[in-house]
Design a protein around this ligand. Structure first.
Ligand SMILES: [Zn+2]
Length: 136
């Protein structure tokens, strides 16, 4: 049984989760100053504008940092669980679990790809993988 909480879907982030279910990675962009932001939010942290649109990311990613979790264990994940922070070439960052990569291979700057996987309560969330591979 999982203790992972359900996602909180709001009118500010619903578009992002809908795109994820379609296998598309969107990044919110300020319509006034062009600043990219993730996770989605109601206002631009740079200019405070409430106007925004989106850009569809290439799903290319470069590993900025990572950690390997051993505890606390939850049935929703397989342990040890690698979680990475990646730089997207579009100019935003994303956090997601890393699947199908030996943890000894992980290194800063390695190229990864953003895929999608179903998580604890049936949500579709990003998952980092080696480019051109499916998760194991
Ligand atoms: Zn702005």
């Amino acid at each position: 049984m999982t203790t992972v909480p359900r996602l909180t879907i709001t009118q500010d982030n619903e578009f992002w989760f809908e795109a994820a279910r379609e296998g598309r990675l969107l990044i919110q962009r300020c319509a006034d100053c062009g600043h990219l932001r993730h996770p989605p939010g109601p206002a631009c942290p740079q200019c405070r504008s409430f106007e925004w649109d989106t850009v569809e990311a290439s799903r290319q990613a470069r590993l900025h940092s990572w950690t390997v979790l051993h505890h606390p264990k939850d049935d929703a994940f397989t342990y040890p669980l690698a979680v990475g922070l990646v730089d997207l070439p579009e100019g935003a960052r994303l956090v997601a679990d890393i699947a199908g990569v030996d943890h000894d291979q992980l290194h800063i700057g390695m190229e990864l790809e953003v895929g999608f996987a179903e998580h604890a309560h049936g949500e579709t969330l990003p998952q980092l993988r080696l480019p051109g591979t499916e998760a194991r």
